[in-house]
Write a protein that binds this ligand. Structure first.
Ligand code: CP
Ligand code: NVA
Length: 313
């Protein structure tokens, strides 16, 4: 049983900072908030509170779901483009963190540098939530786990196969999977595999929960017997100029019918979106009957409301 106090005031930067019990508690809270929202039961748990949202990269889901989430919780969200803040002109992060802490009750930030987010968290006296960095995307994984629970009723013991770039998305999926005891097999071309430090950390968590972690360059090996198939774009935000080169390098890594022959017959297909049909995933898969991508997108709202309530109340 997680005491409410345990998560209050905490940052949400990386799933490595949370125990399995804390992750499961947040997912339970997310399901409860979703149910209440569907039934029209108001839950103004953050009445009078303001979340600041700093964006240095584009966003549809993150921006809208955090803003709507705060509204549904009785609070307010404030959009700030990093370009227009004084940080964009060189104001130090420690000063920005201390100033914003005087106005706001929490900050969600989407930016490039994980070190910058850590510095913001070190100097702010309010919770900092990682809304995507070059290395992590933990809020997406909470929504993904909520979706998997809805589909399968459990996380532990399932096998997830991630086919594609060893990016922020897979880093958070690996850490999350290892924390909750889900097996994860990652297939990426040589040179595009997940960060070695993240893989090592994942293996340490996996040793505690019995989760199996495989990193391979063979998509067929990863997909065999998988319950969940996950992919993401080959060129993430900030890598646009590598797009053409990556299309060559990722040849053979498209998630399509032929590749999924060896997955479990009732596999679930997942993608954080935005997607490129005909690159990392064939249209027949992402638009097919196994796909739950819009449930994932919806659950961003509910899962993040749980994070906001737990950390900012
Ligand atoms: N999946 C996700 O984070 O989407 P946005 O980039 O639209 O926020
Ligand atoms: N890996 C992608 C995820 C977008 C939600 C990116 O960082 O652009």
């Amino acid at each position: 049983m997680i005491a409410t106090e345990q998560l209050k005031g905490r940052d949400f930067l990386c799933l490595s900072d949370f125990t399995k019990e804390e992750i499961l508690y947040l997912l339970e809270l997310a399901a409860k908030l979703k149910e209440e929202q569907k039934q029209g039961i108001a839950h103004p748990l953050l009445a009078g509170k303001t979340l600041g949202m700093i964006f240095d990269k584009a966003s549809t889901r993150t921006r809208v779901s955090f803003e709507v989430g705060m509204y549904q919780l009785g609070g307010t969200a404030l959009f700030m483009s990093g370009r227009d803040l004084q940080i964009g002109r060189g104001e130090p992060i420690p000063d920005t963190a201390q100033v914003l802490s005087r106005y706001l009750d929490g900050i969600m930030i989407r930016t490039f540098s994980d070190a910058m987010v850590q510095e913001l968290a070190d100097y702010a006296s309010i919770p900092i939530i990682n809304g995507l960095t070059d290395m992590q995307h933990p809020c997406q994984v909470m929504a993904d786990f909520q979706t998997i629970l809805e589909q399968r009723g459990k996380l532990e013991g399932l096998k997830m196969a991630y086919v594609g770039d060893g990016n922020n998305m897979v880093h958070s999926l690996m850490i999350g999977a290892a924390k909750v005891g889900m097996h994860i097999s990652v297939a990426s071309p040589e040179g595009y595999q997940p960060d070695a430090g993240v893989t090592e950390m994942t293996r340490r968590f996996a040793a505690e929960t019995g989760s199996q972690v495989v990193v391979t360059a063979d998509p067929r090996e990863a997909v065999a017997g998988a319950d969940i198939i996950y992919t993401d774009v080959w060129a993430s935000m900030g890598q646009e100029e590598e797009q053409q080169e990556r299309i060559q390098k990722f040849n053979g890594f498209e998630v399509n019918e032929a590749l999924l022959q060896s997955a479990k017959p009732d596999y679930v297909f997942m993608h954080c979106l935005p997607a490129h049909r005909g690159e990392e995933v064939a249209a027949e898969i992402i638009d097919g009957s196994h796909s739950v991508v819009f449930d994932q997108a919806e659950n961003r709202l509910h899962a993040q409301k749980a994070i906001l309530v737990a950390t900012m109340r």
